[in-house]
Write a protein that binds this ligand. Structure first.
Ligand code: ADP
Ligand code: MG
Length: 361
């Protein structure tokens, strides 16, 4: 398993457009059958990466290895790769069947086999009965499925999906997310899915690669990225978090002891080196802060006063000014009952060192 060669190897790819560096020495492996999400803000190089993988763009430097073969200079039609675009790019003047057969005809498949494959893929994606409709006669979700059917029909080794759910409204989007995930699991295909939506990435992926300014910021499971962000960018981009700026005091195995306005706190150490006295930032998620009437038996404990409450339905967000700081505020999620019960008196806030990640930068 572990020594199986990856389906895709992106090797030190750089790409600039004029003075804009779209990709800066990107290296990435994708295993066979993996659902990998490429997550990052607009302009960080996601589409450029997909276009290079699909063969629509040449990198300035670096190589793309697909299934052991260097395909860097191969045209799109030679690669076992297909792409689904945000706007689906369906041919409006062609029926669903014609849209699906497009890639099969390009491959030189004969009529009987095209018909068989169309039927197969339409049944699989629950598009039976829609074969003679035009894209304009379909709902957003149906168009999405046709785009997928068209991309999957030629049986590509790798499917590239560039923000394919961007055009759907929130409710349908959630539904299609589940559908897409289930299609990936049933086909065992390798999906490289692009989104700028962190929630979508968290719900759908086996693995998330967070991109920032043409570089990989962090690569891991949704849980790793959420609970152990390596950098400030990841901590802030994924979910909501408290950032605590202080000084490095000591390293104790995989823990860092830090000083935060005179409070001694302990958190998970980052991978890179840190020196005593370095200015550091730690991240602790809102739901990791616990409330206590007396000093809790936790690695980290401070006292604070609630200065704001926001009712969010199933839970409540509390803003707390922490004592013996220069007015630092921590935000916490609690269940609505706990939130309502908290009064104006100072209370203890505790969290353990596993819940706090000291960031690399
Ligand atoms: N054909 C192009 N010509 C000029 N600049 C481009 C071109 N394609 C992409 N860029 C620039 O490269 C950067 C990365 O773009 P892109 O890969 O589309 O980002 P993303 O998909 O993450 O939003 C952006 O600054 C974008 O403006
Ligand atoms: Mg894009």
């Amino acid at each position: 398993m572990t020594d199986a060669p990856p389906l895709v190897r992106i090797e030190g790819i750089s790409k600039s457009f004029g003075n804009t560096v779209a990709l800066d020495n990107l290296t990435l492996d994708i295993a066979r059958g993996e659902f990998v999400t490429f997550l990052g803000p607009s302009g960080c190089g996601k589409s450029t990466t997909l276009r290079i993988l699909g063969g629509f763009e040449r990198p300035d430097k670096g190589r793309v290895i697909l299934d052991g073969e260097d395909v860097t200079t191969q045209p799109p039609e030679k690669r076992h790769v297909n792409m689904v675009f945000q706007d689906y790019a369906l041919f409006p003047h062609m029926t669903v069947r014609q849209n699906i057969s497009f890639g099969l005809e390009l491959k030189g498949m004969d009529k009987a086999n095209i018909k068989r494959r169309q039927d197969e893929i339409m049944a699989f994606l629950e598009l039976d009965g829609f074969g003679d409709r035009y894209p304009g006669q379909l709902s957003g979700g149906q168009r999405q499925r046709v785009a997928l059917a068209r991309a999957l029909a030629p049986d590509p080794a790798l499917l590239l999906l560039d923000e394919p759910l961007g055009a759907l409204d929130a409710k349908l989007r959630g539904q299609v997310q589940q559908e897409l995930k289930s299609i990936q699991q049933r086909t065992h295909k390798t999906f490289f899915f692009v989104t700028h939506d962190q929630e979508e990435a968290l719900t759908m992926s086996d693995r998330i690669v967070v991109m920032n300014k043409g570089r990989v910021e962090q690569d891991g499971t949704p849980e790793e990225l959420y609970f152990h962000p390596a950098t400030r960018f990841v901590a802030e981009f994924i979910g909501e978090t408290n950032l605590l700026s202080g000084q490095m005091r000591a390293r104790d195995g995989d823990r860092i002891v830090m000083d935060w306005f005179g409070h001694t706190l302990s958190g998970q150490a980052p991978a890179g080196p840190l020196q005593t006295g370095d200015a550091i930032t730690a991240s602790v998620r809102l739901e990791k802060l616990g409330f206590h009437t007396t000093r809790p038996n936790a690695a980290n404990a401070v006292q604070g006063k609630v200065v704001g409450k926001t009712f969010l339905g199933s839970r409540m967000a509390l803003d707390l000014v922490i004592e013996e700081t220069e007015g630092a505020v921590l935000r916490a999620f609690v269940d609505a009952e706990t939130g309502q019960a908290v009064g104006a008196d100072p209370i203890w806030i505790g969290w353990d060192s596993d819940s706090m990640a000291v960031l690399q930068d």
